[in-house]
Ligand binder design. Structure first.
Ligand code: OOG
Ligand code: NI
Length: 459
C-alpha cells in the first residue's frame, strides 16, 4: 500500500482548516484578501526581493502559509494532539512559558522540521496547555478538572485513524482524506457550551482563558494567521478594509533586514453561545476567536536572541503599550530608538554571529587554498553566498501580547514567572525539540554541502 506523504496530508489539513475558519469567521477571509493584495503589490514593485524569495524556495509557500492556535485542558489531550500532528509531519518545537505575562498556560508549537517539509508547507499550530495549578480557588479548580476529564475532544474515527497511521507507518490517500475530515472536528467552533452559565461566569471571573478552555466541548481554533511581506502596510490598510487592528505591532521594529517575527491582530469577536447545566439554558456570549497576520525574518542565534530580549525589555521599561492605543506612537518611537543598537545589515548580523544563514556556492571558482578558509572568508571572497534562514517559531512576549489584546484589559493579571518545562514534557509524552539546535543544524548542513560542491568543482 502506498502512503501519502505527510507533507501532503498537512497541506490538505491546512486548506480544510482555512476553509472552515473562513466560513466561521468572515473577517478572516477579508484579511486573507488584504494580505494577498499587499503581497502582490510588494512582489510587483520589488523584483529583487521576488527573485530572492524564489531562490530560497519561499515564493510558492507564501500564499499557502499560515499558523493557527489552540488551547488544551488536560495532559491526555496534549499527548493525543502530539500523535495527531505527527501524522501530518508536525512536531513540538520550543517551550513557551506565558505565566510571566499573566496567562495561565504553557505552550509549544507543532510544526514541520526540515527544510524540504517547511518548503512544502510550513503550517504550524501554537498549542497551549491550561495550568489549573495557577488558579487560586481550590473548589473551582476541582470543578474545572472534573469538566475537562469528562469531555472527549477527538472523535472515535480520528483516534482509530491516528492508531492506524502509527501501526502502518502512514496513511494511504483514502485514509488521509478520512483523517483530515475527522481531525477537523476537534478544531470546530461549538455554539453550545459544555457548562451552565453560572459556572461559565465563575470560570470567567477566575481568568477569561480558563473559561475559554473549560466551558467548551473542544479546542476551537482561535485564529489562523497568514504571512505578509509588509506588515506595516497591512496594519495601515486594515481600517480601510473594515478591520480594527490592535494598537501596536508586536515584536521588533520595522528594519532593513527583518528579524524574527512581527505580528498584529484584530480583536476577538463577541459570539453568541448557549450555556446549559442540563436544567437551565441561558443565551449568552463569549469572545475568543480573532484574526492575526505575521511577517517573518531572520532566525537569531542565542546571542542574537539575548540581544533582542535585552532591547525589548529596555523598551518596555520606558513605555509599555497600552491596550487602548493611547501611547502607540511613543512605543513605536522608543522601540525604534532602542533597537538602533541591533545591527541592521546582513554582513554584520552574520559576522557577529547574531543570526543563522544558509550558505551556497556563487559559481565563482575557488582556489585550492580557499578550501581551508572559514565561511566568512569564503563569503568575503565571493565564493559563497549567505542567505538569511527564516524564523519558523514564536516569541513569548509577543504571544502574551496577542493573548492579552484578546482577553481584554481587565485580564491583565500577574502570576509569578513559573516555567515548568519538565511537567509540560511529561504531559506531552515527549521532549520538546530545541529550536536553536534546528537552525544551527540547517546552517551547518548548508555549509557542508556548499564546501563539498566547491571541493568537487575544484577536483
Ligand atoms: C495563542 C497566542 C500566541 C502567536 O502567534 O504568538 C500566538 C493563543 O491566543 O491561543 O498564536
Ligand atoms: Ni498567532
Amino acid at each position: 500500500m502506498s502512503h501519502l506523504d505527510p507533507n501532503a496530508i498537512r497541506t490538505l489539513f491546512s486548506r480544510a482548516m482555512s476553509a472552515m475558519y473562513r466560513d466561521e469567521v468572515p473577517a478572516y477571509g477579508t484579511l486573507l484578501e488584504l494580505v494577498q493584495a499587499v503581497n502582490d503589490v510588494m512582489l510587483a514593485a520589488d523584483p529583487a526581493a521576488t527573485a530572492r524569495l524564489r531562490d530560497l524556495g519561499e515564493l510558492e509557500r507564501i500564499s499557502e502559509e499560515r499558523h493557527g492556535a489552540i488551547r488544551l485542558g488536560t495532559a491526555q489531550e496534549l499527548a493525543t494532539m502530539r500523535r495527531l500532528f505527527a501524522v501530518m509531519g508536525m512536531h513540538p518545537v520550543g517551550y513557551y512559558d506565558l505565566s510571566v505575562a499573566g496567562v495561565p498556560v504553557h505552550s509549544t508549537a507543532f510544526r514541520p522540521l526540515d527544510d524540504a517539509a517547511l518548503r512544502a508547507n510550513p503550517f504550524r499550530v501554537f498549542t497551549s496547555l491550561l495550568r489549573l495549578d495557577l488558579i487560586e480557588d481550590a473548589q473551582l479548580r476541582a470543578e474545572a478538572a472534573e469538566v475537562l476529564q469528562a469531555r472527549r475532544i477527538f472523535t472515535d474515527d480520528c483516534l482509530a485513524l491516528i492508531a492506524r497511521a502509527e501501526a502502518q507507518g502512514g496513511l494511504d490517500a483514502a485514509g488521509a482524506e478520512a483523517f483530515v475530515a475527522a481531525a477537523l472536528e476537534t478544531f470546530r467552533w461549538h455554539p453550545q457550551a459544555n457548562v451552565g452559565h453560572a459556572l461559565y461566569q465563575r470560570l470567567h471571573a477566575a481568568h477569561r482563558l480558563v473559561a475559554d478552555v473549560v466551558a467548551f466541548k473542544g479546542p476551537h481554533i482561535n485564529h489562523l494567521t497568514p504571512r505578509t511581506l509588509d506588515i506595516d502596510e497591512v496594519q495601515r490598510l486594515m481600517p480601510d478594509w473594515g478591520i480594527a487592528p490592535k494598537a501596536v505591532i508586536e515584536g521588533p521594529p520595522a528594519r532593513r533586514v527583518p528579524i524574527l517575527l512581527r505580528q498584529t491582530s484584530f480583536k476577538a469577536l463577541e459570539e453568541p453561545v448557549s450555556y446549559t447545566d442540563g436544567v437551565t439554558t441561558v443565551a449568552g456570549h463569549h469572545t475568543a476567536r480573532f484574526g492575526e497576520i505575521e511577517q517573518r525574518g531572520l532566525a537569531l542565534t542565542p546571542k542574537g536572541q539575548a540581544l533582542y530580549d535585552r532591547l525589548l525589555a529596555r523598551t518596555r521599561e520606558i513605555v509599555r503599550p497600552a491596550a487602548d492605543g493611547s501611547n502607540a506612537a511613543a512605543y513605536r518611537e522608543t522601540l525604534s530608538a532602542i533597537f538602533a543598537d541591533f545591527p541592521d545589515d546582513p554582513d554584520t548580523l552574520r559576522t557577529e554571529g547574531l543570526g543563522y544563514f544558509r550558505y551556497s556556492p556563487t559559481g565563482k571558482a575557488a582556489s585550492a587554498s580557499d578550501l581551508s578558509r572559514d565561511a566568512a572568508a569564503l563569503v568575503a571572497a565571493g565564493v559563497l553566498r549567505a542567505d538569511p534562514i527564516t524564523y519558523e517559531d514564536f516569541l513569548p512576549v509577543s504571544a502574551a501580547g496577542i493573548f492579552q489584546s484578546n482577553l481584554g484589559d481587565e485580564a491583565t493579571q500577574a502570576f509569578a514567572a513559573n516555567p515548568n518545562r519538565a511537567r509540560f514534557e511529561a504531559d506531552l509524552g515527549a521532549p520538546v525539540i530545541d529550536l536553536h539546535q534546528r537552525y544551527a543544524e540547517a546552517e551547518a548542513a548548508s555549509l557542508a554541502r556548499a564546501r563539498a560542491a566547491l571541493g568537487h568543482a575544484h577536483a
